[in-house]
Design a protein around this ligand. Structure first.
Ligand code: TXA
Ligand code: MG
Length: 339
């Protein structure tokens, strides 16, 4: 799935004019705007229905733009960028003073990521080139070849992140003038977020890049934040990534009994196992490996949310590090469901 030349041109023109463009990344689709333009960034919050004090991730075309946005970048952060960018890792760094408060939620840090998706990278390069040509106008300090696109996940606040262009249209159709279609997202869950602005690196949101991957580069296991440590990370709110249908996590050994007791109350079930014989529920089988499971998870949740079921029942994933990011999303989906 590759956007046409005309699509790219239109996307760059919209971004430069302070409008929104939905963009594919390897994790989930993002709702993008010129990160240096507070009026454009305000449109993101309006379209999502998101509280304005929640900071956004700034997406960059490459590592060479980092110094433009962040200061006091520690060596450990550079090592992480070298190892994992372009890719599903967001670094929280001390921001430069010019970076608009609209992007950082008024904090003194900024989240930066170079996404590992060819369409996102092509758009970021073209947008930066266009900004570079137009040069910095007065009062517009970020213009130039280091321009970035602020983009949260392209869903309504608290809802399931979109992993296809069709999901974005479902969530935000009519609120965004252009959705660039880059096909289904390869990873399927949001980036790992690591805070490198403190003396000790802390993981704020688990993701595809695990603490083990990070430790291999950092030379030690990073700390994992609790929700109390990270109140401004909206992905860390207890209720997030949620379907409208109530969702419950049920351990594998209890699943058969649980569903049997609800034979007259149709459930949607997500499990890596095949369904037992003649089950009256809508059973969706997901891949048994965490990478495949993450890839399919949000689409499956959306499908069940639309289906004629009264309850979504998800088999509790294994309590293993490789499943930590998935378990995190499912816990929050359960907490925020049914609203
Ligand atoms: O994979 C992703 O990260 C996707 C794609 C589009 O890049 N984006 C994404 O954005 O998930 P969003 O806004 O839905 O989640 C980003 C999280 C938020 O929970 C936000 O609070 C946190 O990053 N964040 C951004 N800047 C931060 C900062 N300066 N300090 C702490 N948390 C920050
Ligand atoms: Mg989000």
């Amino acid at each position: 799935m590759t956007p046409s030349e005309a699509d790219y041109r239109r996307a760059v023109a919209l971004l430069c004019a302070g409008e929104l463009v939905a963009i594919p990344t390897e994790t989930v689709y993002g709702l993008g705007a010129d990160a240096a333009n507070p009026a454009a960034v305000a449109k993101i919050f309006a379209a999502k229905g998101r509280p304005a004090d929640h900071p956004l991730i700034v997406h960059l075309a490459g590592r060479d733009a980092v110094d433009h946005w962040a200061e006091h970048v520690p060596d450990a952060a550079w090592k992480l960028m070298e190892s994992f960018w372009p890719g599903p890792l967001t670094l929280i760094l001390k921001k430069r003073s010019w970076v608009p408060a609209a992007v950082t939620g008024g904090q003194d840090t900024v989240g930066l990521r170079v996404p590992g998706h060819p369409v996102a990278l092509e758009l970021l390069r073209r947008f930066a080139a266009c900004r570079g040509q137009s040069g910095g106008q007065s009062g517009d300090q970020s213009s130039g070849e280091h321009a970035g696109i602020a983009a949260p996940s392209a869903n309504r606040f608290g809802r399931i992140s979109p992993t296809t262009a069709a999901h974005v249209a479902e969530e935000l159709g009519g609120r965004v003038p252009l959705i660039l279609d880059g096909g289904p997202c390869r990873v399927g869950i949001e980036s790992t977020i690591i805070d490198c602005s403190r003396a000790e690196a802390v993981v704020l949101r688990p993701g595809h890049i695990s603490p083990r991957h990070l430790a291999a580069v950092l030379g030690r296991q990073p700390a994992i934040a609790t929700a109390v440590d990270a109140p401004r990370v909206s992905g860390s709110l207890a209720a997030h990534y949620a379907p409208r249908t109530p969702l419950r996590l049920i351990a594998g050994e209890r699943l058969a009994d649980f569903l049997d007791a609800r034979r007259d109350n149709r459930c949607g079930v997500l499990s890596p196992n095949p369904p037992p014989a003649d089950i009256p529920h809508d059973w969706r089988r997901l891949p048994a490996d965490p990478v495949g499971y993450a890839h399919d998870l949000y689409d499956a949740l959306r499908t069940l949310d639309r289906a004629d079921v009264n309850l979504i029942v998800v088999e509790t994933p294994p309590a293993e590090p490789a499943w930590a990011a998935i378990a995190d999303r499912l816990r929050r989906a359960a907490a925020g469901s049914g609203q």
